[in-house]
Design a protein around this ligand. Structure first.
Ligand code: NAP
Length: 318
């Protein structure tokens, strides 16, 4: 019998890839959208996804939706996903990216209790829960020590997944390291770089203003990370999984690779370091050890750093 999935955050980068992968497997996909005026766009973009209006921060609405849909799998991807935005709105970030996850987990638990259905919840967590970790690479045993409102909200949601797991709900937290694609919005540094490199190569922009070029991140290909979520939902046992490539690169490396792909060798001429874009607090390096996901889920990243940057630049040049 066909499986049914409920995806929050379906209009985001990962939500779109996830819906496509699930539909490709014959899964019936239900997606959450926030504003009534988004319905037409939603139907055009996802003709095969059943749309449901609701705000993740409304636990009553989430419980009603879970009861109505009866999902086998819930993927909680909705949230404020930008660290910068979380500093601008720490309370809102706490509500959506933290507290609201408890609402989804509670709704799943209640539905399981009422119907006996084996509801499985995948919570999209983040490497930012580790803050500025002393050990590198980080794995599932690394202590949580967030240093941003985004990381703190995600740490709460991550902890709640474990809390409900101890109450025998199948709840997974996938600790996602940065993952990118041409669908990443331009307010994120990677897309800002690839878009900037493409515009400069085409003579449509003169310079690219960036913050800290020395920050190091572990960047992967978004569709791979969505594949990990599905594998975790279908695994025999629920657990936490670090999802990462295990290789870190600096923002400077990203810039150099993007400009080279766009046909520009002397990128330094075009890049201006602007203190306005330096984060008030920032992890120096985040790199993940995804050994557990590789062993238990058979997951592996399929796109390396140069290819990832290349795909984003090519899409922006087009
Ligand atoms: P994204 O593109 O920013 O998408 C976020 C989604 O959440 C959007 O669909 C947005 O809907 C929805 N949303 C926000 N507030 C909501 C609310 N109150 N009620 C219902 N929906 C709401 O994020 P992403 O890059 O796909 O990431 C997916 C998840 O993975 C996020 O939770 C993110 O924090 C986490 N994560 C991502 C990365 C990464 O590198 N991409 C790394 C670690 C963790 P609208 O379209 O209406 O705004």
């Amino acid at each position: 019998m066909s499986r049914t999935a409920f995806v929050t955050g379906v209009s985001g980068q990962d939500g779109g890839y996830l819906a496509e992968q699930l539909l490709g497997q014959g899964v019936q996909v239900h997606g959450l959208f926030r504003w009534p005026e988004q319905l037409t766009t939603f139907r055009t973009r996802f003709p095969d996804v059943q749309p449901h209006l609701g705000d993740l921060t409304n636990p009553t609405r989430m419980a009603a939706l879970v009861a109505e849909i009866g999902p086998d799998e819930i993927y909680n991807l909705a949230g404020i996903s930008s660290v910068a935005q979380s500093w601008a709105d720490p309370v809102g970030t706490g509500r959506v990216s933290g507290l609201a996850a408890a609402g989804i987990l509670h709704a799943a638990y209640q539905h399981k209790e009422a119907t006996g259905q084996d509801v499985r919840v995948v919570q999209a967590s983040s490497a930012e829960i580790f803050g500025n970790p002393v050990n590198s690479p980080q794995d599932e045993s690394t202590p949580l020590a967030p240093i941003t409102p985004y990381g703190a909200a995600k740490a709460y949601a991550h902890t709640m997944a474990g809390t409900f797991r101890s109450r025998e709900l199948f709840a997974v937290s996938v600790v996602l390291y940065n993952h990118e694609s041409p669908r990443r919005p331009p307010q994120f540094v990677t897309r800002k770089i690839t878009q900037g490199a493409a515009l400069i190569a085409r003579g449509e922009q003169d310079e690219l203003r960036l913050g800290n070029l020395d920050a190091r991140r572990d960047w992967g290909w978004a569709p791979d990370y969505v594949d990990a979520m599905i594998r975790a939902a279908r695994h025999d046992v629920a657990g936490d999984y670090v999802i990462a490539t295990g290789r870190s690169h600096s923002v400077r490396d990203f810039v150099a690779a993007a400009f080279t792909r766009a046909g520009i060798d002397d990128w330094e001429k075009y890049v201006v370091v602007d203190p306005a874009f330096v984060r008030p607090v920032d992890a120096v390096e985040l790199v993940g050890d995804s050994g557990k996901a590789r062993r238990e889920l058979g997951w592996t990243p399929t796109v390396d750093f140069d290819e990832l940057v290349g795909r984003m630049v090519d899409a922006d040049l087009r």
